[in-house]
Design a protein. Sequence first.
Length: 122
Amino acid sequence: MRTFALTFSIAAVICSAAYISLKNTVIPAPKGFAQQEGYGVNPGSRKYFEYMRHHDPATGAVPKNMRNAVDEFATRLPRKSSDRSVTWEARGPINKGGRTRALAIDITNSNTLLAGSVTGGM
């Protein structure tokens, strides 16, 4: 019985060491491989995420002057006015606590805020 426990313990240590050493082994992708980070094909990559956010669905291309269009849009946004008074109107529910999951500000009337809760309330 004692030899069985010793043999089992040694086997467990060897298996654990092999698992840890293989788990930390990184096999690099060959150059030019489609799943490599720089190619934007890997759905988990940041480059793919940015491509999906900015590309034109009809052509599949990212617009070349997109930064200029963003700057032009930003100039058309309403400016902050300094003569308004800040008043809050609680819209309930008052008797419940909760987490706010989303917050939206109306760009045409910055006095209007919408807060969405985790449970679905506004």
